[in-house]
Ligand binder design. Sequence first.
Ligand SMILES: C=C(NCc1c(COP(=O)(O)O)cnc(C)c1O)C(=O)O
Length: 429
Amino acid sequence: SHTNGTHAIKEHASLDGFGTRAIHVGSEPDPSTSAVIPAISLSTTYKQHGVGNHKGFEYSRSGNPNRNALEATLAAIESGGAYALAFASGSSTTATVLQALGPDAHVVSVNDVYGGTFRYMTRVAAENQGLQTTFVDLENASDSEVLASFRPNTKLIWIETPTNPTLRLVDIARIASLAHSAPSKPLVLVDNTFLSPFYQSPLVLGADIVVHSLTKYVNGHSDVVMGALILPAHHAALAEKLRFLQNAVGSVPSAYDCWLAQRGVKTLHLRMKAHGANALAVARALQKSPHVEEVIYPGLTSHPRNDLAYRSLSSHARAYVDRFLKDHGDAAGGFPYGGMISFRIRGGAAEAEKFLTSTRLFTLAESLGGVESLAELPAQMTHGSIPPAERALLGIGDNLIRLSVGVEEEEDLVADVEQALEAAASLSR
Ligand SMILES: C=C(NCc1c(COP(=O)(O)O)cnc(C)c1O)C(=O)O
């Protein structure tokens, strides 16, 4: 049932499958018009029938029908979710969560995060609220090394997995168990942007908060900038605190963008299956190419943490992957695991530039998760805000190319990558 403060989803939602929830929860026919698809409610204010006597809406920043509906859908599809809050962008979601930690807090973050997240932590929150951030290789750190990174004022562990852009995998369940056993009991947050709620359910694995750049897979059509966070039922107090900040800071999405995102999320399950199958095929083609030094795609059987990738799959993705493996067997060389691939092209910046300007279907552009395939050079583009020394330590070199594999026809994407690799290789002939 909806309240203005927090939106706990209807009980029945948990009984339906992922795609069914995405299509039906939050999209119930309009009770007054019976419209199957909700109207776009652009009004910024609502008539009151007496002071404080209203129908649950007072002012659009504090809540509006389209945002409430989208938040209900997001809480329903992020398994284990009960509360969802939408923001104007993934970055403002990050900012709001970090603001909620208060002054002089300490955060342990995975060492490879989106450049904008790194930038906010180290150049904004550090200055504005005295945030201290320790970047740790949470993929490889031992339990004792993780525990040693905690301080008495450690309030939050920030995880991306797979990380952007080197696709490092973090064992959410392991880190959550360590955090919840530590004296300072830091909250565990997972930025689930890269896999979307379809492939990974961080709340089920023990996380306390999930954040998404909805700009990416959830909206899925490269026409909305938005973010969201989702909390489990036992964090009602944290939901209220973040709902207060959502309204007080006012970094909220428009009703129209919420309506677009609600339309996009309805096909998320279909798109993520297609993204995954296409990405596996492109990763295999890259693996076979003499012009590629290294392919990073955790769905490949050859990936060192392919077992962790499989163990971390959501229940709905596990069903899809098991069917895929049954249908394709070992010939597939792995399983679909989201649409993101990073690879190191043989050579350096020149070869990378030639590849990126030779693709016909992969558009050279920032962002990811849309139906169209995109390609970029993190070192100079999305992760340019990370100091060169840090980038070098993380392996974000001038020959590291990141692909967001879209839902075009698989054969077309494989052919496009292969011809662009040949074009890049021609530089050294
Ligand atoms: C724009 C890109 N990333 C945005 C992003 C963000 C920020 O989301 P925005 O909606 O772009 O503000 C947060 N978390 C992750 C993992 C992200 O990848 C990019 O990597 O091309």
